[in-house]
Design a protein around this ligand. Structure first.
Ligand SMILES: C[S@@+](CC[C@H](N)C(=O)[O-])C[C@H]1O[C@@H](n2cnc3c(N)ncnc32)[C@H](O)[C@@H]1O
Length: 676
């Protein structure tokens, strides 16, 4: 259920969060907003000295993050998002900006500076509205704002400081602390929006959405769309005089107008700003040489909710360079176009990036740098038993992909540590570790993809060519006739099911179903998420005997015992009775003939009111990778990814109706259909 009517305005739109921060994800997810996460590749390297106020730096960084993703997605993901959200949180104390500490000493420096004092936490947020115009290039409109919260730290003793630093918590957090966890113990007082300190000013965000979608902001964006581009600045100027409805009706601290906050800051610092209330920026297509272009970028003459930014000088590139960097496709025929060329090169490089990730994971680089951060290439090489030259190349490639970070040490050596992305997904013991799936991709999917051309010509999987084995039954003849390969496959399924399970388990109100059967439920990861989300539900995992006998290795340690396992073949054996049958990534393994066999058997076991819940990557689910996933099924199985319509047709033939689909914003979409 979505409580905030503004959030519901985004339903059905492809909303993207350009941040890997688990805290931001959680804050946004709690609103009921459905979104995809595409972490930005923008490196936080803007020169802080060039900004008059700390929040300008946060807003500018957020803008670069969001635009980088908005620009990359149509190229790399072959989808244009509707809305991209970028955010950057910084801590400022005595006029100095503190970001994330690079090591323990840096964390100590930051925290001891905060001890006993009040500091400000700023989050700059940029919402990019993407609009594909009739020329098939993309217009971007930007809304930016920031929120400030004041935080007072207690006096911290040395032992307390070091105990906190040794907990590891400071390392990926602005200012070196996380208020929502252990770091909360350091804080005496908070003045303003608490969630802003956690990493995302939700209240202010909703108010901005309200302006854009519900009030005069929508009008403005429509006006801008309707006007020729040379009119943008005059429209912007007239908009500046309009009051901001959110600001007028929200006198509290966290919601006070940007105008007020910006003015205060600038008064203190003796700077002049001209306030503005409109949230909409119009960014123009490249190749348009109209004069207004020159001074509307980045924030200058456009209508910004961050008025101080009107005086912001572009920190690293000239206005014209930034326009070229950020906006759409150049249309003149004067040699290779930068964006097109970049797009092709990125596509050609895709396999190199995957293989670098697979190799670093296989060699244990991320686990090593987690237990021993700040090693140089020679030290890593020694630990992973590899050449120094090769290790150096691999580590630098991982840095360029945003998986590792590096810095120059005091003895002028380049040392490496895990980036947040690696900590979230690449450590073997991370709760959302994708290690199992990465190894499966490297060792099974990769060899199969080298025969993609044959697969496309013949329309069949490529196990025989890749592994020299005939595969009449994908599972029994290839994946399960070797113990190591079987465990690798199970671990791959387990890692994806753990990452996606909660979104699938909570996509629909399943409270009426007391018994469920997860057909092909493998390690039981989804079953456990279902029982966690639905306290009255019992789930039977039904899978082949060879899988069930190994499932114990994957069971969570402290689980209630509402998950049981039953060995059998869903094409041959009697299916257990249940109110709800789950098919998670099952139907994509099989051609329509076999899907009909399975659905007929399920229908025979159902009574009226029973249902089938399907979790798959649906081709029309706005999943950027869905089409590639379909190629994946082509080279690996007899099946394919399908569209919602195809699922509905297949189900209808077996007496299922009232089909509902939820695009979870996660790797898998969910569909439920009821036995009529
Ligand atoms: C692609 S995996 C999906 C696993 C799990 N549902 C998930 O989403 O992670 C397919 C599963 O179907 C199981 N399976 C394949 N053929 C089966 C059969 N004939 N009877 C029962 N289970 C089968 C496999 O063992 C495997 O666990």
């Amino acid at each position: 259920m979505v409580l905030n009517p503004v959030i519901s305005k985004l339903a059905g739109k492809l909303v993207v969060l350009a941040s890997a921060s688990p805290r931001r994800m959680e804050i946004l997810r709690n609103t009921g907003l459905r979104f995809e996460v595409v972490p930005s590749w923008f490196k936080e390297t803007l020169d802080k000295e060039k900004f008059k106020a700390p929040y300008e730096y946060a807003v500018e960084t957020a803008k670069h993050k969001a635009l980088e993703v908005a620009k990359r997605m149509p190229l790399n993901h072959l989808k244009t998002p509707d809305v991209v959200i970028g955010a950057d949180t910084i801590v400022a104390v005595d006029g100095t900006i503190l970001e994330k500490p690079v090591d323990k000493n840096d964390a100590y420096r930051m925290l001891s500076r905060l001890s006993g004092k009040e500091h400000s936490v700023y989050t700059g947020v940029v919402i990019v509205l993407c609009h594909e115009n009739e020329n098939k290039s993309v217009d971007y409109r930007l809304i930016d704002f920031y929120e400030e919260t004041k935080v007072k730290f207690a006096d911290l003793s040395e032992s307390m400081l070091w105990e906190y630093i040794d907990s590891g918590e400071p390392m990926d957090k602005a200012g070196g602390y996380g208020i929502q966890a252990l770091g909360g113990m350091l804080v005496e007082r908070v003045h303003g929006d608490f969630l802003n300190v956690v990493g995302f000013p939700l209240n202010h965000f909703c108010k901005q959405l309200d302006i854009v979608f519900n009030t005069s902001g929508l009008l403005l964006s429509q006006e801008i769309l309707a006007h020729s581009e040379t009119n943008v600045s005059s429209l912007a100027s007239s908009r500046i005089q309009q009051p901001n409805p959110a600001a007028m009706t929200s006198p509290d601290t966290s919601a006070k107008s940007d105008l007020l906050k910006a003015s205060c800051f600038h008064q203190t610092h003796g700077s002049q700003t001209s306030p503005s209330a409109s949230p909409v920026h119009k960014v123009k297509k490249n190749g348009d040489n109209s004069k207004e272009d020159e001074h509307t970028w980045p924030l200058g003459n456009s209508c910004s909710t961050n008025p101080a930014a009107e005086n912001t000088t572009a920190p690293s590139l000239s206005s014209r360079e930034q326009l070229t960097e950020v906006i759409g496709t150049q249309r003149e025929d004067n040699g290779p176009q930068k964006d097109d060329l970049q797009r092709i090169i990125e596509l050609m490089d895709g396999f190199k990036a995957s293989k670098a990730l697979f190799t670093a994971s296989r060699l244990g680089v991320f686990d090593l740098l987690q237990s021993r951060p700040e090693l140089d290439a020679a030290q890593v090489a020694q630990e992973i038993k590899a050449s120094v030259k090769g290790t150096q190349c691999l580590l630098d490639a991982c840095v360029s992909l945003g998986l590792l970070r590096s810095r120059e040490s005091s003895c002028q050596k380049r040392v490496y540590m895990n980036a947040a992305l690696a900590q979230g997904f690449l450590l073997s013991d991370a709760p959302h570790s994708l290690g199992g799936y990465i190894q499966h991709c490297d060792q099974t999917v990769w060899p199969l993809f080298t025969h993609l051309e044959c697969a496309v010509r013949d329309g069949t999987h490529q196990h025989e060519k890749a592994f020299g084995k005939k595969a009449n039954d994908l599972f029994q003849d290839t994946l399960y006739n070797n113990q190591d390969i079987k465990l690798r496959f199970m671990s791959a399924m387990h890692s994806i099911a753990k990452v996606t399970g909660r979104a699938v388990a909570t996509a629909f109100d399943l409270s009426r179903f007391k018994t469920a059967c997860d057909l092909g439920g493998c390690t039981g990861a989804l079953a456990h998420e279902l029982t966690k989300a639905h306290p009255e539900m019992r789930v039977t995992v039904f899978d082949l005997p060879t899988v069930v006998e190994m499932s114990g290795r994957f069971s969570p340690q402290h689980s209630e015992n509402r998950v049981s396992f039953l060995a059998g073949d869903f094409f041959e054996d009697e299916l257990p009775k249940a109110d709800l049958y789950i098919l998670a990534r099952i139907l994509h393994d099989w051609p329509d003939e076999k899907v009909h066999v399975l659905l007929r058997r399920i229908a025979d076991s159902c009574t009226s009111g029973s249902a089938v819940l399907i979790a798959e990557t649906m081709l029309d689910g706005r999943k950027p990778h869905a089409a590639l996933q379909s190629l994946n099924m082509l080279v690996q199985t007899e099946g394919m990814e399908r569209r919602e319509r195809q699922f509905a047709d297949l189900l209808c033939q077996h007496g299922f109706g009232d089909v509902q689909v939820v695009h979870t914003g996660n790797f898998l979409d969910a569909l439920i259909a009821f036995k009529m």
